[in-house]
Design a protein around this ligand. Structure first.
Ligand code: DOR
Length: 442
């Protein structure tokens, strides 16, 4: 007897661990139940995917969704709309909210707010502080915890741990891979006078490559000393990439689409403070080194570092202007355009956005198109040309640094645990987001 499915995606080209090939996908009870030729199978619903590519759901392992406390920029619901419109099926959200996510209650509060209000699945990083070090083993294991995030250089918000004794204590407690914002706070403080009022192109001069490198070297030293796994977020310099290539046994590497795409000084001339982020977008030699690191396999994952701020906050004169830009909705369109331009293969993109997160963070049941895995799928039209426009941006702040940029390659469908949550630019409810589950957490 033919198998029955809740849903069959027919005629698409599947990109997974097995290569790129035409395959149907059968989904049952939210999971992938069959991959192959499903000719005579019965299905509650059949979606024709002819001409489209089906990727494992894109996992964005760095977003800032601002709830609680900063909802005028974004909230968990609006951020998740932006995510699924961009083909993203799960996000790891950062702890620099207000209050920051630094204790079990704050984490449980975020999980409560997110469950069935977000359209994608979610996990939340817990911020390390001087006060919560002893709680790290518990904080790593709570429902919805993506693990520990440490700001060793300050950015938006109040989270910062830059002293050796506290860092030593944190490293001693860590069990899971921990994520780091890596810039040398002492050097940033020392060089604050380098900023030229009204001139955001001085941002990378202030937060320079030495601040990034010395911090990353320090973190790798601590990882080696304590035998811990670390994840260096948004690596932005040629010097760090060369150093990290020699220390892959301790450190995993994230890069952002912004650092791969935008370049100084042009971005500051064109976008002004809208190109300002931490760590900064730098000159072309760094961008080239990030691409070389990506090609060489040193880079493990892409994170958007989606960091929305209102236009008013961005329009303050530098350096009062806020650091950060939207990105969760444009991560995939921008990267598909790079695929079409020949800068990376579609298989490598999937390695960075699905297999990489699964491997680094031990995500249960996601990140692969394989029988038994969650039915998280991102459907893309590789040929579609589309001009990105501020009016498309679902993020509450309503702007993107890519306004007016035409890309080739576009997400047309997003499925989360077998449910269609986005199709052709429309978000489809009800929102049913659940916590991502981990082998080493819950
Ligand atoms: O530019 C940034 N903005 N970098 C960060 O690390 C934080 C982020 C934010 O939350 O605004």
């Amino acid at each position: 007897m033919a198998e029955t499915f809740d849903l069959v995606l027919k005629g698409g080209t599947v990109v997974n661990h097995d290569g790129i090939a035409p395959r149907d996908i059968g989904l049952r009870n939210g999971r992938i139940a069959a991959v192959g030729s499903l000719g005579a199978s019965a299905a509650g619903e059949v979606i024709d995917c002819t001409g489209l590519h089906i990727l494992p759901g894109v996992i964005d392992t760095q977003v800032h969704f601002r709830e609680p406390g900063l909802e005028h920029k974004e909230d968990l619901e609006t951020g998740s709309r932006a995510a699924v419109l961009g083909g993203v099926t799960a996000v790891f959200e950062m702890p620099n909210t207000n209050p920051p996510t630094t204790n079990p209650d704050a984490l449980a509060d975020k999980v409560r707010r997110a469950r069935h209000r977000m359209f994608c699945d979610f996990a939340f990083y817990v911020g390390a502080t001087r006060e919560n070090v002893d709680d790290i083993p518990e904080l790593e294991r709570l429902e919805g915890s993506a693990g520990i995030k440490v700001f060793v250089g300050s950015s938006t918000g109040t989270l910062l741990v830059d002293d050796d004794p506290t860092l030593e204590r944190i490293f001693a407690k860590l069990r899971r891979r921990a994520a780091f914002h890596s810039e040398d706070e002492a050097r940033l403080r020392e060089r604050a006078g380098i900023r030229r009022p009204g001139d955001p192109s001085s941002h990378p001069e202030w937060r320079d490559e030495i601040a990034a490198l010395t911090s990353t070297q320090r973190l790798v030293r601590l990882a080696e000393k304590h035998g811990r796994r670390i994840h260096i977020l948004h690596v932005s310099t040629a010097e760090e990439m060369a150093f990290l290539a020699e220390h892959k046994e301790w450190a995993s590497v994230e890069v952002t689409p912004h650092h791969l795409t935008l370049v100084a000084p042009e971005c500051y001339q064109r976008l002004g403070t809208y190109a300002q982020m931490n760590p900064p977008v730098r000159e072309d030699r760094h961008r080239q080194a990030l691409w070389a690191g990506l090609s060489a396999g040193i880079v493990d994952v892409l994170g958007s570092d989606h960091a929305p701020h209102t236009r008013e906050e961005k329009d303050h004169a530098y350096p009062q202007s806020h650091s950060g830009m939207t990105g969760v909705q444009t991560l995939l369109p921008i990267m598909l355009d790079h695929v079409n331009a020949g800068r990376l293969s579609l298989e490598r993109l999937v390695d960075l956005t699905s297999h990489g997160p699964q491997r680094l963070f031990g995500i249960r049941n996601k990140g692969r198109i394989a029988v038994g895995y969650d039915g998280d799928l991102t459907i893309v039209d590789l040929k579609r040309q589309q001009t990105i426009d501020n009016s498309m941006i679902a993020s509450r702040c309503g702007w993107t640094p890519y306004h007016g940029v035409t890309v080739t390659g576009w997400p047309v469908g997003t499925f989360v645990r077998g449910r269609r949550v986005m199709w052709e630019g429309e978000v489809l409810g009800p929102a049913a987001g659940e916590p991502v589950r981990f082998y080493e957490g819950v």
